[in-house]
Design a protein around this ligand. Structure first.
Ligand code: ZN
Length: 137
């Protein structure tokens, strides 16, 4: 199995297209409302586009009207890493793929959405790849 933590920056540039590289490896953000999964309600599992690890499911996806795919929970807590991000002059919590360290997006809490967790994992579509399949709880 590939150890994704050992992949060099040059190898990531070969594996990903420029926009994927900018978001996944340089913690970029795709423009709102343009991502391919923003309004997707298809049943399935969302994997990390960099390494293929399954991270989120359609059963935890909800419509936050924020312009990016939003989930109230990851598939499992240990699938992701949450890290303080003080860039842009604010305190946010960055969400990374635990398997390869690629940037997924940010998580926000206490926004009052009617979800089981009151968390919003705001994830870039380009960081994900959806596989359509039945999801069981
Ligand atoms: Zn990954």
């Amino acid at each position: 199995m590939t150890d994704f933590k050992l992949i060099t920056d040059a190898q990531w540039r070969e594996r990903l297209n420029p926009e994927e590289y900018r978001v996944l490896r340089q913690a970029g953000t795709e423009a709102p409302h343009v991502g391919e999964y923003t309004d997707t309600t298809t049943e399935g599992v969302y994997s990390c586009r960099a390494c293929g690890e399954e991270l989120f499911r359609s059963t935890e996806k909800f419509d936050a009207h924020c312009g990016w795919p939003s989930f109230f929970s990851p598939l499992a807590k240990d699938k992701i890493i949450e890290k303080e991000d003080l860039s842009l002059g604010m305190r946010r919590i960055e969400v990374l793929c635990a398997n390869c360290g690629s940037h997924m997006g940010h998580v926000f809490e206490g926004e009052g959405f009617n979800t089981p967790t009151d968390l919003r994992y705001c994830i870039n579509s380009i960081s994900l790849r959806l596989e359509e399949k039945p999801v069981s709880n």
